[in-house]
Design a protein around this ligand. Structure first.
Ligand code: NAD
Length: 453
């Protein structure tokens, strides 16, 4: 029963057992062992649910988490150490410090696209900060979800897993938590936030959106095309930080067309269907949605540069679209699939206007050697992150906060930022009883205001 599972986690937290750093280190070590000893099984589960290659699974999920774990384990004691802060003269003698206390029971709701990384990633911060946690993996990756549910009790204390979809998640959300980390789309984010409001539970929302990529003629277009194709077609385009669409001056867009087609062929061969390194779309429903965006865009005047073939079920070839208008279906919502539209704009001013017309994206990418263009983008647009010269790689810098802004989410995590998000900075002030300097501010106030002014 879900209420009992949450009650058990709360009892564990209330017992105080999770507070010593030794407990936290033991859990982080346990999670690392879980990943090391069951890497092959998790990779097989990712292959079964998402057609993900073992190498990609290691790079973006299992290895990614182990790097994050090493980073956190080496530093979390220092991040969480009490911090002395100065006390103003008028209050001295006194000592002030900030101690970081755990919040309690953290709920992690994960999506299906990186189901291992996005379930265990927030857990690393939750454990390092001394919390217990309930994990709710996505029902759309049932093999991964079942594997996680089976492995967690064997390696971790203070962590439970609830499997299931909307119904079970609804039941979970009726319980009281001390923080919720939700990763997924904005529709469900609203459900999560509404449920959280009932208990005044703080939330971190890791959402998506249309992350643009600006490319201009000052950059090496072949390298830009290769990197864009890599970031877009990784996990068959089902990556929250994938470049959603490209904005470029018309001549640059034209020159990118053959370079992107070449980059796709270099990575996945003449028929990507046969490539062991190319993934599949998570469900027939999502497949139909992406194909509809593709076909609708073609009907609206877009041209297929490469790709477009699909099996009506799970496979959709890495697809590049040219001559995509701003009113095209491909520009109406986050694509979240292997379709890369090239949108020609007059210049950086129009690109900025396009970006600002939409929700604040999770990431903004730019391929330019022009410092003024970089400054313009930094100053005139808002996004979860900005990366010059490559998509998605900012996630691999554990010291950078990862999160969105506005429509792409709220709050951030990774490394120290996870520990900050999932702990409370508690101010502690100690004022000795002697000398009694506070006598000065007690009534009667005769002449006090004049003395202070
Ligand atoms: P999803 O369908 O897996 O849903 C996410 C979670 O919400 C799942 O655990 C699911 O069980 C639960 N859920 C679904 N319907 C629910 C309901 N009615 N009530 C309660 N819970 C419910 O994932 P998704 O929404 O399809 O994910 C895709 C989106 O996630 C994209 O927009 C993508 O950009 C975004 N995303 C963001 C990040 C990030 O780190 N910022 C990472 C991955 C994906």
């Amino acid at each position: 029963m879900i209420p009992d599972v949450v009650a058990d986690l709360r009892a564990t937290f209330d017992s105080g057992r999770t507070k010593p750093f030794t407990w936290r280190e033991a859990q982080l070590e346990g999670l690392d062992r879980l990943l090391a000893e069951n890497g092959a099984e998790l990779e097989a589960a990712l292959a079964a649910d998402l057609g993900k290659s073992a190498t990609e699974a290691y790079l973006t999920e299992i290895g990614f988490l182990r790097t994050e774990l090493a980073h956190v384990r080496a530093r979390f004691r220092r991040w969480l150490a009490p911090q002395r802060v100065p006390v103003p003269l008028s209050l001295r003698p006194a000592r002030a410090s900030i101690i970081r206390e755990p919040l309690g029971v953290v709920l992690v709701i994960a999506p299906w696209n990186y189901p291992v990384q996005l379930t265990f990633g927030p857990l690393i911060g939750a454990l390092a900060a001394g919390n217990t946690a309930l994990l709710k993996p996505s029902e759309l990756t049932p093999t991964v979800s079942a594997t996680i549910a089976r492995l967690v009790p064997r390696y971790l204390d203070g962590v439970a897993v609830v499997e299931g979809g909307p119904e079970e998640t609804g039941e979970v959300l009726a319980q009281r938590f001390d923080h919720i980390v939700y990763t997924g789309g904005s529709r469900v984010a609203r459900i999560v936030m509404r449920a959280a409001a009932e208990h005044l539970t703080p939330v971190t929302l890791e959402l998506g959106g249309k992350s643009p990529a600006w490319v201009d003629g000052t950059t090496d277009l072949r390298t830009a095309a290769r990197r864009l194709a890599w970031g877009k077609f990784l996990n068959a385009g089902q990556t929250c930080v994938a470049p959603d669409y490209v904005l470029a001056p018309p001549d640059v867009a034209r020159r990118l067309e053959p370079l992107l087609a070449e980059a796709v062929a270099d990575m996945y061969g003449p028929d990507p269907r046969n490539s062991p390194d190319y993934g599949r779309i998570i469900s027939a429903h999502h497949h139909a949605r992406v194909v509809e965006l593709l076909e609708g865009s073609v009907a609206a005047g877009a041209r297929v540069v490469t790709g477009g073939e699909h099996d009506g079920e799970a496979y959709l070839a890495p697809t590049v679209l040219a001559d995509v208008g701003l009113d095209s279906p491909a520009m109406a919502e986050e694509i979240f699939g292997p379709v890369l539209p090239l949108v020609a704009v007059d210049g950086i001013a129009e690109a900025v206007a396009v970006i600002r017309a939409g929700e604040k994206p999770l990431a903004l990418y730019a391929f330019t050697e022009d410092a003024r263009t970089r400054r313009t983008l930094l100053r005139e647009t808002s996004s979860g992150a900005v990366v010059f010269g490559a998509p998605a790689v900012h996630l691999a810098v554990p010291s950078l906060p990862f999160g969105g802004v506005g429509g792409s989410g709220m709050g951030s995590y990774h490394g120290e930022h996870s520990v900050r998000t999932l702990s409370h900075p508690k101010p502690v002030l100690r004022k000795p009883s002697s000398p009694d300097t506070l006598a000065l501010i007690r009534p009667p106030f005769t002449g006090l205001k004049e003395r202070l002014a």
